[in-house]
Design a protein around this ligand. Sequence first.
Ligand SMILES: O=C(O)CC[C@@H](O)C(=O)O
Ligand SMILES: [Zn+2]
Length: 487
Amino acid sequence: MVGGSVPVFDEIILSTALMNQVISFHSVSGTLVCQAGCILEELSQYVEARGFVMPLDLGAKGSCHIGGNVATNAGGLRFLRYGSLHGTVLGLEVVLADGTVLNCLSALRKDNTGYDLKQLFIGSEGTLGVITAVSIQCPPKPRAVNVAFLEAARLLCPQPCSPCSRSLHLLHPCRALGGFFRSGSVHPCSLQLWSVWPRPPRPAPCPAMTPPPVPGRAEQALCPLRTRSLATAGCLHASPLGPKTPSAAQGCPGFAEVLQTFSTCKGLLGEILSAYEFMDAECMWLVRHHLHLTSPVQESPFYVLIETSGSRAEHDAEKLNDFLEQALRSGLVTDGTVATDQMKLKALWALRERISEALSWDGYVYKYDLSLPTDTLYDLVTDLRARLGSQAKHVVGYGHLGDGNLHLNVTSEAFSRSLLDALEPYVYEWTAGHRGSVSAEHGLGFKKKDALHYSKPPAALRLMQQLKALLDPKGILNPYKTLPAQA
Ligand SMILES: O=C(O)CC[C@@H](O)C(=O)O
Ligand SMILES: [Zn+2]
């Protein structure tokens, strides 16, 4: 993503792949101590067999090493629940540039003895030392995991109908025309719609809705009190949220609902909420077109994936039902599916996790990984669509909304200098203008190092240079990366 581990000029590649042993695991505390070359997925399987989980999970889990995860301070899909590696890593063994083995491989939860040196190496991208072993706190394995994949709503029937006043809202007559209720009724991927609830009899179509002109194309239906087709959205008639701010409502219809769903979700799911991810309609198009994945919900400008992880299935299901009921009743969400079994969970996660892969099939990809205040996070995407026009093939936004992390990706048939010039420094300036970060979770590597000053003041850059000079005076550790040539 940022070329952090890619040799560019005269580097020597150092692989820790053979350092792949678990050193110890404490079955009461859940503290895992292992060598740096252990593959994340293998560690996950190891600790899961003992009733724990790794505090991080990434799309790249099948190949990435824990040492690299720590060196890059990888974020990923469990960040919302378990936080940053700055919190879960208890200790590190690091080889310094002069060959000193710095053994700070503590397994203690509390150790307030002076500077917390391990923190310097977490996220340093190998520029200050080579991580050779990691001590990490693993949380207990949740006994119940649910994933809900939802269509963020911008469609509300202006006429409340009695048959759909509770959780059956999903069977709102307006929706009976589309989605899972089309002929066949069960989606090819066989995910059951709201399998947590019994399926009620199908109600008659709502008279307030015009039937879709083409059978099965429910997205073309027009609500008479709305001005635009459901596919293009934009009509906020009867929105449960009332008037929106221009940025959230006019800039990107539907995103206000994504945000409001997140607030509702935090309030109602509380401690069992473990992921809140979002993707826009173009992402869905890409995974469908390039990877042939099928969407379990109808066309929508935005989709959200919510994961809960808890210790008692009934308790979690009850909480999730309450949340879904509220989200559906208030019209924040209009369609969705819930999964509890492994295969279905994976199928839903794949829609989100494989966006990056789908993008790489689309052409040349310009990638940005930004931290932004959530309420303005998507404005950059809409702004760029207008700015780039037909120069770009796709401008997409997705990411870890729960962490305020936008993955902004732009594709074009081939690399274009003029497109890059339209993107940079514009994206960085926009981000700095909103007090965001130019790298939320992927680091700076080779490609983003010169953008560091957009997120750090000159004094911080100077201190970083001084630390580098102190720990690696000859500049042999991951040279040309992370720090700009001149502070
Ligand atoms: O490719 C990207 O833009 C992000 C990749 C990864 O961090 C993800 O969340 O899918
Ligand atoms: Zn990510």
